[in-house]
Design a protein around this ligand. Structure first.
Ligand SMILES: [Zn+2]
Ligand SMILES: [Zn+2]
Length: 270
């Protein structure tokens, strides 16, 4: 059975609301747990930078992320309008397998697209007008998850448009994937490494992308370009040297010494 979606405007409004609420839910959960709970021993032990977030940074991250959420919703509302919902083809256990395979497929495609488009966005010729806004957060908070310029935001999602139009990915998989994506994105920007540090060197788990890695990416403004996995960074030699846990010495302020070409501190990429 298929269900026709209604008008373009209805879809755009619904998806703008969904994207905004999903972002606010994920970011406020991370913010509430790690940074509003003063004295949280986890945050004290595992925060990734010693400097506190500035009010100006958080305000910019929140406003630009809400703009990105609205843009994502408008774009996908336009793309989805008139399309039938796609259902899983199997039932029972096979439905679970089918669902998991599609979810993994989306994550692999997105991670590959993100790695290469993100790496390209750091090219000196395009960084300033494409990706610089995201890197104004040298010490990103959970609110920075969708903090992109307008063009950068469009680049972030165009990979999904041909899949939505021409690949029969079940609608339920898209829905779950979108929650997984914002969840992992917020964890990458939460300013704390929530997972055991030993996982970064675990023979299997090390292939995931950790908050430590993306936080380093913000600190030195290059390297660690991955999203869900660290495979592309490992294969292409862009993985930054591992950093010790806890507050980092030598970082005076979130904006000190900011330079795309000559990142400060001892953590330059190889
Ligand atoms: Zn970047
Ligand atoms: Zn980031």
């Amino acid at each position: 059975m298929t269900v026709e979606t209604s008008s373009v405007l209805t879809m755009m409004g619904a998806l703008m609301t969904l994207h905004a609420l999903r972002y606010l839910l994920a970011a406020s959960l991370a913010w509430g747990f790690f940074w509003s709970w003063k004295g949280n021993p986890w945050t004290k032990a595992k925060r990734l930078q010693p400097v506190d977030f500035t009010r100006a940074d958080v305000r910019r991250e929140l406003l630009t992320s809400l703009r990105t959420a609205a843009l994502f919703g408008a774009l996908f509302g336009f793309v989805y309008a008139g399309l039938p919902l796609v259902k899983l083809r199997h039932d029972g256990l096979f439905a679970l397998l089918e669902f998991s395979a599609w979810l993994l497929f989306l994550m692999l495609v997105h991670d590959t697209y993100f790695y290469w488009s993100h790496r390209l966005a750091h090219h000196p010729r395009v960084f300033g007008w494409l990706h610089e806004l995201h890197h104004r957060s040298r010490n990103p908070s959970p609110w920075a998850a969708l903090s992109f310029g307008v063009l950068d935001a469009v680049v972030q999602v165009v990979w999904a448009v041909p899949l939505v139009r021409w690949v029969p990915v079940p609608s339920a998989v898209w829905l779950v994937f979108s929650f997984v994506a914002i969840g992992i994105n917020v964890i990458g920007h939460c300013g704390v490494e929530p997972y055991p540090r030993s996982w970064l060197r675990h023979p299997v788990l090390k292939w995931l992308n950790f908050a430590t890695m993306h936080n380093q990416h913000h600190l030195v403004v290059r390297g660690n370009y991955g999203l869900y996995f660290s495979a592309w960074d490992r294969w292409m030699g862009t993985l930054l040297p591992d950093a010790p846990p806890g507050p980092r010495a030598g970082v005076a302020s979130p904006q000190a010494g900011w330079s795309h070409h000559a990142p400060p501190g001892p953590r330059a990429a190889p």
